[in-house]
Design a protein around this ligand. Structure first.
Ligand SMILES: NC(=O)c1ccc[n+]([C@@H]2O[C@H](COP(=O)([O-])OP(=O)(O)OC[C@H]3O[C@@H](n4cnc5c(N)ncnc54)[C@H](OP(=O)(O)O)[C@@H]3O)[C@@H](O)[C@H]2O)c1
Length: 515
């Protein structure tokens, strides 16, 4: 635990973000899929948190659209219920009421022209009533089948046109395609009806706070920059571990698996933030251009290297019987070859990182939920400790802990008190919550708020989505053609397959422990 920082004043440095304390632009927030899980668990609580922080203006309204067969009053009741259940404080009555009374609903099919015509007329009425100035944000909170078709229908009705200085934006959730070809198809389709600056591809995994924490840690602290390169760093390890299994997402997961579902998006985002050069500013394209260079520098994993550079695993029943195996999960084929775990050795072809492996792993039903970046430094020359068993000396490691709690840990060796020269492995730990308090958030607040202000820094650009597929595409194609090849197993609630350990052991390394 970090010491309580009693005498440590926290200096707040005004960044460009200071201006973001204002309320967002007036707008109508259109939720396409307003009866779904994403809406109730994340979008509505995030809007609630924004309202609490006074980041939503009075000229704000919500217009929901879904198949669900309830009317407007029914939607408002569901909305209030979701806020009571999923907001951190159980939903303060006056805030719930503020949101409730400015929420509207259309129950219809996305494929029903009459329903969409109603959407157009209701949007115009609500816009006028609240003085939203024609601004509208369309959130595709629905199944991927509609990711292109629905925007096309909206465009045909003129709903995506930005007339008279108003803005019209579309937020789209991942998956942004299932491979490079389908990602490109989606991008090209959207580009025909929307400008790139109207498309917000959300990757909610890293909230803005986390991204800025990583950038601030790297670029606001002079002591790390000189050692943040191949001369001092031996390897980088990125872990995105989940304790949950496939839950109710089998239909989707069976088609995607861990490699497609997590690597070209969430995992690469962490690689980019760890490896990128300092941007010239925090302006959206300045940051994204640097991220893009990392995606371009990622070496493609070719089929002949797959057995050395990739481990795919699938969870089996937990040793204590507390969880079923993946193949026993509802909706999963009993002979499924979908991987629920993947570990990769990646390399970046650039000056800073040449020769430094980036070991990344992600999986379900691992020991615990844990997202972290660990930088392992090269060993010290050791001349002073010839008598010490060198294998017991651990390399220095810096860990940026991201989930479930954010913090930074530096591990190093120190002398154990006593007459003998013995070294012990010790850690310095900083937890954001100890210094700055625990803030309750869903991870969507700043993303929604940024979108309403037109700040695209945290959203994936079309070229980033397509380039991210490059590094893994040959492997993805290979596994599509050889589905069971090399698939190994690991018991639920373990640290993953032993083959992933062997991948590092072969190079004289080992994984940082999960959690
Ligand atoms: N759930 C999460 O935690 C989560 C997290 C991150 C990302 N996402 C992404 O968010 C998106 C939505 O996920 P979800 O979990 O909310 O899905 P979901 O629970 O299945 O909700 C889908 C929504 O779309 C509506 N819908 C489906 N077909 C329709 C049609 N033909 N006409 C009108 N409405 C239709 C559904 O209405 P009815 O229910 O009334 O039929 C429902 O409101 C997905 O892309 C997912 O990958 C979800």
């Amino acid at each position: 635990m970090a010491d309580t920082p009693v005498n440590t004043p926290v200096v707040t440095i005004p960044a460009q973000e200071a201006s973001s304390l204002r309320a967002s632009d007036p707008c109508v927030f259109v939720i396409l899929g307003a009866s779904g899980d994403l809406t109730k668990r994340l979008l509505l609580p995030a809007l609630y948190n924004l309202a609490q922080q006074k980041r939503l203006p009075e000229n704000f309204a919500i217009l929901g659209y879904a198949l669900a067969d309830y009317d407007e009053e029914g939607f408002r009741q569901k909305l209030a219920g979701a806020l009571h259940e999923f907001s951190c404080d159980g939903g303060r009555p006056e805030l719930v009421e503020w949101i409730r009374q400015r929420s509207y609903f259309i129950n219809s099919d996305f494929e029903n022209p009459e329903g969409l015509a109603t959407l157009k007329s209701r949007l115009a009425e609500i816009d006028k009533k609240y003085g939203a100035g024609g601004n509208a944000l369309f959130y595709l909170a629905t199944i991927p089948r509609f990711f292109l078709e629905l925007p096309q229908r909206l465009a045909a009705l003129g709903l995506l046109r930005q007339d008279n200085g108003c803005w019209r934006r579309l937020i789209i959730e991942k998956p942004f395609g299932r491979d490079r070809a389908t990602a490109r198809e989606l991008n090209l389709g959207l580009a025909k009806i929307l400008g790139e600056d109207q498309i917000y591809r959300i990757d909610h995994y890293l909230g803005k706070e986390t991204v800025q924490n990583i950038l601030a840690f790297r670029f606001a602290n002079g002591i790390f920059e000189p050692i943040w390169n191949r001369r001092y760093i031996d390897n980088v390890q990125i872990t995105v571990a989940e304790a949950v299994g496939v839950e109710l997402r089998a239909a989707y997961y069976e088609r995607f698996g861990a490699l497609r579902d997590m690597v070209p998006n969430h995992v690469f985002q962490l690689v980019e933030l760890t490896a990128m050069e300092p941007p010239i500013s925090f302006e959206a394209n300045a940051v994204r251009n640097e991220q893009m260079k990392i995606l371009e520098a990622l070496q493609w994993i070719e089929p002949e290297n797959i057995s050395e550079c990739i481990v795919r695993g699938q969870y089996t029943r937990a040793n204590d019987g507390s969880a079923v195996g993946y193949r026993e999960e509802p909706g999963v084929k009993p002979d499924s070859n979908t991987e629920t775990y993947v570990a990769l050795e990646l390399h970046l072809d650039n000056w800073r990182w040449a020769g430094v492996p980036f070991y990344v792993r992600t999986g379900k039903r691992l020991t615990r939920r844990d997202t972290e970046i660990t930088i392992r430094f090269r060993r010290a020359p050791m001349q002073l400790f010839r008598e010490t068993d060198i294998s017991r000396l651990s390399p220095n490691a810096l860990t940026l802990q991201i989930q479930p709690a954010e913090g930074v840990q530096l591990t190093f060796d120190a002398k154990v008190p006593g007459p003998e020269m013995q070294l012990g492995h010790v850690a310095m730990h900083f937890a954001y919550a100890d210094y700055f308090g625990d803030v309750c958030r869903t991870g969507y607040e700043t993303l929604l708020y940024d979108c309403m202000l037109g700040d695209a820094t945290l959203f994936r650009r079309a070229d980033m989505v397509e380039t991210a597929w490059n590094a893994v595409e040959p492997a993805v194609e290979y596994f599509d053609a050889h589905p069971g090849e090399g698939l190994v197993t690991y018991p639920a609630f373990s640290a993953g397959p032993k083959e992933a350990d062997h991948m590092l052991n072969r190079a004289g390394r080992n994984w940082h422990a999960i959690g």
